[in-house]
Design a protein around this ligand. Structure first.
Ligand code: ATP
Ligand code: MG
Length: 354
């Protein structure tokens, strides 16, 4: 029997509230699918920072190292500067564990109102480069406080980094019956980094994945096409910054933050990958029991898929879709009055009976 070690970091705000529901569904998956999950919870959140002056212990990464995956809730608290939660917890995990793929499914869901006149049939995934690119800490401030004050922020793209994210996207396409890769670029304006991106994306797709269709757009045009014809995309490949923006645009197209999962993936599986909802800690609704747990439950499904438990993952996503299609139980963000617990319960029941 497969036995997986899962590290759970529930975090702040609604993180622990939605995590509780995901853990209930995972427990049911374990019972019915015949694998076992060894779950350990880590209290690394803003409370922890206020008490210890750091987001995780000095050997935090080593503690996580032996796990098969990390299920993350959300982090963020008004008492802690935003960049601390990101650079002291999320970034060290992403970078330390070579989670160079940020994976975001964008899929129309039954019965969910979207801002598009025709929002049906959207079903694509975004592979965002997650380890380099525009989000680097290389750079600095010059002439601070003076009139000529300036900042330099460097984009770092490497041939190896571009090759591996391209291969990950193409392999995913082949393994999941997707036929087309769409690359986002801006090589007409970002002439150094993005030309390197184009060259190596084109080379890898051409030489190694010639059976996949390949297209490339400037990211500004692509943003418009996301809105005008989102159904035409299958696998979208983008650098860190462009992928970040396109991902939130994608999530907006299909119904919003409460429904959007993500994975920070190390495809080689030599380090644990981390799965988390796209939303943050939502301090405005924390403690009220009204957060939508779907993004967190779906993130748990992505985790099971990554671990190789594809059937359990499909059953979980199907359960979410069934509950939404029925339309009886809905949290407030999607037009209902159900609590977090009621929504989780409905998905749990649907899961158990499919
Ligand atoms: P952070 O800095 O942690 O990202 P934020 O306020 O910028 O926090 P979110 O926490 O993602 O961003 O919240 C954005 C908005 O979406 C808030 O109004 C929040 O209540 C709402 N929201 C986010 N997640 C959910 C959810 N799971 N269910 C319902 N509403 C949500
Ligand atoms: Mg936010």
């Amino acid at each position: 029997m497969a036995d997986y070690k899962i590290a759970v970091i529930a975090g702040d705000g609604i993180g622990p509230e939605v995590m509780e529901e995901a853990l209930r569904v995972l427990k049911a998956a374990e019972e019915s699918e015949g694998f076992s999950l060894e779950i350990e919870e880590f209290p690394w959140n803003s409370e922890y920072w206020l008490e210890h002056g750091r987001m995780m212990p000095e050997d935090g990464l080593e503690q996580l190292r032996s796990f098969d995956a990390i299920l993350f809730g959300a982090i963020g608290d008004a008492r802690v500067p935003d960049d601390i939660t990101i650079w002291e917890l999320i970034m060290p995990i992403r970078k330390g564990f070579h989670q160079y793929v940020n994976f975001r499914p964008v899929k129309s869901l039954p019965g969910i109102q979207t801002p598009l006149a025709n929002g049906d049939g959207i079903d694509f995934v975004i592979f965002r480069e997650n380890a380099e690119g525009e989000y680097s800490d290389s750079g600095g401030r010059l002439y601070a406080g003076q009139e000529g004050e300036m900042a330099v922020q460097n984009t770092i793209m490497t041939r190896a980094g571009i090759e591996r994210i391209t291969r990950a996207a193409c392999r995913y396409a082949k393994e999941n019956g997707r036929k087309k890769i769409t690359s986002a670029t801006k090589s007409n304006a970002v002439i150094h980094a993005n030309k390197l991106w184009d060259e190596h994306v084109q080379r890898i797709t051409g030489e190694e994945f010639g059976d996949l269709e390949f297209e490339q757009y400037y990211v500004d045009a692509l943003a418009a096409y996301f809105v005008q014809r989102p159904q035409s995309f299958e696998v979208v490949l983008a650098s860190n910054l462009f992928g970040d923006i396109l991902s939130d645009l994608g999530s907006g197209l299909v119904g919003g933050l409460g429904l959007s999962p993500s994975g920070n993936i190390n495809p080689e599986k030599d380090y644990p990958s981390m799965f988390e909802p796209v939303h943050g800690s939502a301090p405005d609704i924390a403690g009220q029991g009204i957060a939508n747990p779907i993004a967190q439950i779906w993130s748990a499904a992505l985790m099971l898929e990554h671990l190789g438990e594809k059937r359990a993952a499909v059953r979980m996503v199907t359960a979410i879709e069934e509950v939404l299609a029925e339309g009886e139980v809905r949290t407030r963000d999607i037009g209902g009055e159900a609590t977090t617990g009621e929504m989780g319960e409905a998905i749990l029941h649907a899961f158990q009976s499919n």
